[in-house]
Design a protein around this ligand. Structure first.
Ligand SMILES: [Zn+2]
Length: 1022
């Protein structure tokens, strides 16, 4: 989703573990929330002779080069430049990486909760001097092949980042972004649309009642429908109450209407001054062009000012700990009412600019929290009185003062005291007994391994990891010397046996800046909000005179007319066919059969890491076993083996590998979509020198997994259920699409039971109706049935020089695996009769979806429908459902399973949106001219953003492993997609949208809609 409002950072297991390789397919979509895409970007090569492109002390286009440094950990050269006239700092990272990044950052420190910085973030993207087009940002989504494009408001910063592998695209976006932030139009009508406004419910009737509307107003109502967000927002505000962090930078809906257009203009003048901005550039494109554009167009005409006005002071430490209690929404999909509470203890640590200290406290936090060998896991999680750590748990360095947070979700109010006692006991115990060195070592190893691991979004990750530090004037370059920080910590630990204990004494035991935040559900939460909202509305309207009422009516009409104006998008730059005709190049896959196992090998520069993926076909399992697969994948690596208990296994595995991850895959046949396979994928990697151990641990787990400890399993299951219930509201459109898909085919139905809302219900019932011993038995039988040699496909990605050794270890590994008789390959898919379902959730917004079966992935019409889906999203659904009807997002897509879906996100309407979906064909008839060459090309670019998205070296070839889609098939798909014509698109509309589909489903997730109960074909699920 565009424009993400960012709260206090979540627990980050590892600061440099950028975006961990989630297996994501380029051609074929997976069931991932906001799937992060992977790179085929060129892998950085070692530069032997280093020549600096810019020299310290020299001036380039008005920028003085202040500092140059080569960072060997990441094979990059960092250049720090400063614009002489305005003082604007520019940080350039020169690296042999095709996925280039650019970002403009501002330090924005709000002093109220009207959402000023957030609304401004929206408004600057509503048109600027050179690009006076409404929402150029959204329009550019279709005129670019960006791999990332967004704008975010944090607690004390607003950033505008994008990334792309195409240089023409890079220059286009750079111009638009710079013009947007430095010369926005900030029109009053845009303020009404994006911020907040009073409007007649029926804009044609001046006597109809007034309501509050606005994109951000609705967005923030939606943001706080997620309890974990309410919790982390309150944690931040209460832990750092004295200055800017005491406010909600995204906006509290009840405060937003205090904001005026004038405030906004003033805020822009003050905080978006070039002297208060920081500019980031990353990758291999020529920096000189960037410097020239910045200097000539935006900076040379401005004068520099002292930007210390936006600095954030250190939080004054408290003399006494504090306690705060808040209420939350009662979550009808969550735990039982009496268990739906949360608690956390938060403590301020050091200043974010104290690099080594902050780094060590981060490691120490991991030692205290992560995995079964950590002190808090043993004391808080294992006694099993909660649903596990909550989302706020971890070390956070997103603010001026860093913080340590540990908290639990889904516990009883009676256990709050216990939590507090256990916290103090754990701290005391750790100070007395210290830590096991092997546990500390496994955490340091993970950190070192992550330095070598290549992420396709390294440039973005680097920006996000540096933003808070940079914003607080920290030394972002030194912060990249991670190896040095690790070795310095190792030295301290070996010189002083009680090094960490002393830190705990100082930062934990003796820390009086300690907040205990508790949260309990209130059945009237939503009702109370509604009352407060109508009371606010009453107060505002009471103060209005006749003249004001008239003005509101007038501006409602004006805005409506304004929204209906045809935007002059010709002003915006756009790529041409020539810019994108070249398909991305990847190393060829070699497919061999080794000991009867299909093995694909990819020789690629991996920076001394070997990647291993083993895919086990699980299609022969019984229905009962299949439904337990998500749980199986979640617990199999957490139970230990016959030889090692779970603590020992965790420690050993993480000292040598990235860990053994298991993930469930559901794959429809790409040729005809008439059958599906279910697979369990084991995904891991290790430094080349540890590959023998990597295979050893895989073998140990696959052969000797152990489900005998039923008490542990019981705890893991309860934590699992708590975790899957978190986040439904924030990814509601994905759940709605799964819910609609479930009504189209029996495979879709099963998918919803494995990944959707139905899965949450299924797991709760399972635990109520079965004892753990029986569940253990089923899990054990799953492992015995699927971990077979003749049931497995393997992918190995490694460097050419190491391949022979890797294969030797691999052959030895294969010899140990058992084989059984041939198992079932796949299951047939059946279409279902049309139906609709409504999941009732106590939230203020809706998520709607409609799905129908179209064609399989390899059918010639699939690329046409994919282009059509993009076109409908941009030209029909976004203008109507988002811009006109106030939803936060909307779109259409076709997935690899052949299902075509429509969806809306944080939508104030429900059935109205479904009608919009149904009326798609009518719209194409009325707006026949909309499908022209330009619209078609833009839609193709939208598809290309997905097809050409960068993929990590460790993930090359994943489409072949999962879907048997070869590189040639993919290239064919890509060229077929690029060759789609306007006539073909019209024919596709007639073929698939004219007649109502024979197999379809509709789904609404959101507050109860009474009239649906009597409506035909609707199933209501409470
Ligand atoms: Zn927003």
């Amino acid at each position: 989703m565009l424009s993400r409002f960012k709260l206090l950072g979540k627990a980050r297991p590892n600061i440099w573990r950028a975006q961990i390789a989630k297996h994501n397919c380029k051609s074929v979509s997976t069931y991932e929330r906001y799937g992060a895409s992977q790179t085929h970007g060129e892998v950085p090569q070692l530069i032997h002779q280093r020549e600096h492109k810019y020299a310290e002390g020299k001036v380039y286009n008005g920028f003085l080069c202040e500092h140059v440094e080569y960072i060997s950990d990441f094979e990059l050269t960092s250049y720090t430049l400063r614009h002489q006239k305005t003082g604007t700092e520019l940080w350039h990272i020169d690296r042999n990486d095709a996925n280039n990044v650019f970002s403009i950052n501002f330090r924005t420190t709000p002093f109220d909760s009207t959402g000023l910085p957030h609304i401004l973030e929206h408004l600057v993207l509503c048109g600027s001097k050179n690009y006076p087009v409404r929402d150029p940002f959204f329009k550019m989504l279709n005129r670019s092949v960006a791999t990332f494009m967004n704008a975010m408001t944090g607690p004390d910063y607003t950033i505008y980042p994008f990334s792309t592998m195409n240089e023409t695209d890079f220059r286009n976006l750079q111009r638009i972004y710079l013009d947007a932030v430095f010369r926005p139009n900030l029109l009053y009508l845009d303020f009404l649309q994006e911020g907040w406004r009073l409007e007649n419910e029926d804009i044609q009737d001046c006597n109809s009642k007034l309501i509050i509307k606005g994109v951000v107003y609705n967005e923030m109502k939606g943001a706080f429908s997620e309890n974990s967000q309410i919790f982390s927002q309150n944690l931040l505000n209460n832990m750092l109450p004295d200055h800017t962090y005491g406010n909600v930078s995204g906006g509290n809906p009840l405060e937003i209407p205090k904001l005026s257009h004038k405030d906004l203009i003033e805020f822009h003048q003050k905080y978006y001054h070039p002297s208060n901005s920081r500019i980031y550039s990353y990758g291999s494109f020529d920096l000189t062009k960037t410097l020239k554009l910045l200097d000539e167009e935006y900076l040379s005409e401005r004068t520099g000012i002292d930007n210390s006005y936006s600095e954030i002071p250190r939080q004054q430490r408290w003399q006494q700990p504090r306690n705060v209690h808040i209420s939350s929404r009662l979550d009808n999909m969550g735990a039982a009412f009496d268990r739906q509470n949360q608690i956390a203890i938060a403590m301020l640590m050091c200043d974010v600019t104290n690099l080594q200290e902050s780094f060590e406290l981060n490691v120490l936090s991991e030692v205290l929290i992560r995995g079964p060998n950590s002190a808090f896991y043993k004391s808080l999680i294992e006694p099993n009185f909660s649903g596990g750590y909550n989302r706020s748990t971890g070390y956070s360095s997103d603010t001026k003062d860093t913080a340590f947070v540990v908290g639990l979700q889904d516990l009883r109010v009676e256990d709050f005291t216990k939590f507090n006692e256990l916290f103090d006991q754990t701290i005391a115990h750790s100070i007395e007994n210290g830590f096991e060195s092997q546990h500390v070592e496994s955490i340091l190893h993970s950190l070192e391994l992550s330095l070598k691991h290549q992420s396709p979004h390294f440039g973005n990750a680097l920006l996000f990891n540096s933003t808070a530090l940079w914003n607080n004037n920290g030394d972002i370059v030194s912060n990249l010397r991670v190896s040095e920080m690790i070795s310095s910590l190792r030295t301290s630990l070996s010189r002083n046996k009680t090094y960490f204990q002393e830190k705990i004494q100082k930062y934990f035991a003796n820390n009086t800046h300690r907040l205990t935040l508790t949260m309990s559900p209130d059945a009237l939460y939503q009702e109370n909000f509604k009352q407060a909202e109508s009371e606010m509305l009453r107060q505002i309207t009471d103060a209005l005179d006749k003249e004001k009422f008239k003005q509101i009516f007038q501006s409602g009409l004006e805005l409506d007319a304004f929204q209906k104006l045809k935007p002059n998008t010709d002003i915006l730059p756009c790529l041409t066919v020539n810019d994108v005709s070249e398909p991305p190049k990847w190393p060829k896959l070699i497919v061999e059969t080794i000991q009867n196992v299909q093995t694909q090998i990819c020789k690629v520069s991996t920076n001394e890491i070997t990647y291993l993926k083993c895919l086990f076909n699980a299609s022969s399992l019984s229905q009962e076993e299949t439904l337990l697969l998500p749980l199986f994948c979640n617990v199999i690596n957490n139970m230990g083996t016959c030889k090692y208990d779970f603590r020992e296994f965790d420690k050993q595995v993480l000292s040598k590998t990235s860990g053994l991850d298991f993930k469930l895959n559901f794959v429809e046949n790409v040729r005809d979509a008439k059958s599906y396979k279910i697979g369990v994928m084991m995904d891991t990697y290790a430094l080349d020198k540890n590959v023998q151990e990597l295979f050893y641990f895989c073998q140990e787990l696959l052969l000797n997994f152990d489900f005998t400890d039923t008490e542990r399993l019981k705890m893991l299951i309860e934590n699992y259920i708590s975790n899957i219930s978190v986040g439904v509201a924030s990814s509601g459109h994905l759940y709605a699409m799964l819910g609609a898909n479930a009504l189209v085919t029996d495979a879709g139905n099963l998918k919803s039971l494995l990944f959707g809302i139905d899965h949450i219900e299924f797991m709760k019932t399972l635990v109520q109706d079965n004892n753990t011993i029986d569940i253990c038995k089923t899990l054990k039988s799953i492992g015995k049935k699927i971990f077979l040699k003749n049931n497995m496909k393997v992918a190995i990605n490694t460097t050419e020089s190491y391949l022979a050794t890797a294969l030797q270890h691999y052959r030895n590994f294969l010899q140990t695996l058992p084989s059984l008789d041939k198992t079932k390959e796949s299951t047939e898919i059946n279409l279902l009769d049309p139906s609709c379902q409504h999941y009732i959730m106590d939230i203020p917004v809706n998520y709607c979806a409609k799905a129908f079966f179209a064609v399989s992935y390899l059918h010639p019409d699939h690329p046409k429908l994919r282009v059509l889906a993009k076109l409908l999203s941009a030209k029909y659904l976004l203008p109507v459902v988002r811009e006109k009807n106030g939803a936060y997002g909307a779109g259409a897509k076709i997935s690899s399973d052949g299902i075509f879906s429509f969806y809306s996100y944080r939508d104030p309407h429900s059935t109205k949106t479904l009608d919009t979906f149904d009326k798609t064909y009518e719209w194409t008839c009325l707006e026949k001219n909309v499908i022209d060459q330009q619209a078609l090309f833009e839609a193709k670019l939208g598809v290309l953003q997905q097809l050409d998205s960068p993929i990590a070296p460790g993930n090359i070839g994943i489409d072949y492993l999962l879907y048997a889609v070869s590189q040639d098939m993919f290239q064919n798909y890509r060229s077929r997609m690029l060759s789609v014509t306007v006539d073909e698109l019209h024919a596709t509309v007639d073929k698939y949208l004219k007649k109502p589909p024979t197999n379809y489903g509709k789904c609404i997730i959101g507050p109860e809609i009474k009239e649906l109960e009597s409506s035909h074909g609707w199933k209501i699920i409470k």
